[in-house]
Ligand binder design. Sequence first.
Ligand SMILES: *Cc1c(COP(=O)(O)O)cnc(C)c1O
Length: 356
Amino acid sequence: MRHQKLFTPGPTEVREEILQAMATPQLHHRSKEFSKLYEEITTKLQKVLYTEKPVIIFPSSSTGAMEASVVNGVMKKCLNLVNGAFSKRWHKITEMNGVPCDALSIEWDKAIKPEMVEEKLETGEYDAVTLVFNETSTGLMNPLKEIAEVVKKYDDVLFFVDAVSAMGGVKIEVDELGIDMCLAGVQKCFALPSGITVASVSERLLERANKVPPRSYYFNLPLIYKYHQKNQTRVTPPISQMFALNVQLDYILNEEGLENRFARHEKMAKIVQDWARKYFDIYPERGYESKTLTCIKNTRGISVKELNEELAKHYVRISNGYGELKEKTFRIAHMGDTQIQDIKGLLALIEDILGL
Ligand SMILES: *Cc1c(COP(=O)(O)O)cnc(C)c1O
């Protein structure tokens, strides 16, 4: 069966070379060869994240790493910044783990502004903040740099960033920004099959995690870190995915180059967003449009479901709006290894189908 090319914000289209890498025969995860693979991957990831901090590999989807941050890194109280479905999920995760927390919730089409964060942190109630950098549910990119500047002023406040749909597509300088945990599942901008989440972990977070009463066995950071120092994983890792990740990191760093990759994402975003403003409108407030996906306001009242059915006949797929935004919006991902000509082809096809 011919597969549908994915223009969805996760999973994204995976190149043939990567699928082939997945078919590499298994290594034993306690072998020297495995440790070598692990070390190669984590060293390359430090380049992608602009960090000297250890980058840990979680054998889980992104949600697991989101959980790891709050169960290990909060002593007093966590501030969850909420302006979309995934940031709302992080608040829920914090609550359900019995970790003290408050949500700062605003309208989903608005960005979190640094002043809002400052006002909350000034109270001195919090020792951790969670931010979803790129809200995949709304196509909104929060002002990470400006928020990071605020959080930096508070020495005892740890900064956790979900960069799931941005890392590998947008430059994120983890050390410069002072991020204590920056996490991303690899099925989005890394353009890999799902199953792994990568996350940078600061010394401050590890120190905190050593003091916090253990709240999790599987996501226990000090224990995970013990194995990391030996280039090992504590549990049996997704080895096939790791083969793929290693090959893709070489492609990103050496074949395409990080700067070229970021520039390609910028170009694709501009093309889709100019198109969206011409024929429809864009959901998030101006100036905060995501560089990796566009959430388009369905101002023409088209049936998004039918559009996707028509697109399926041409073996491509986009995403409907998320949750309550279904049919009111639709989302086109321009992330991962999708190329400019792919995006132009998709938009031309949509114009054709809708008679624009
Ligand atoms: C996709 C996504 C997640 C959830 O990822 P899973 O890998 O399904 O757990 C979390 N946050 C953001 C911003 C996402 O885009």
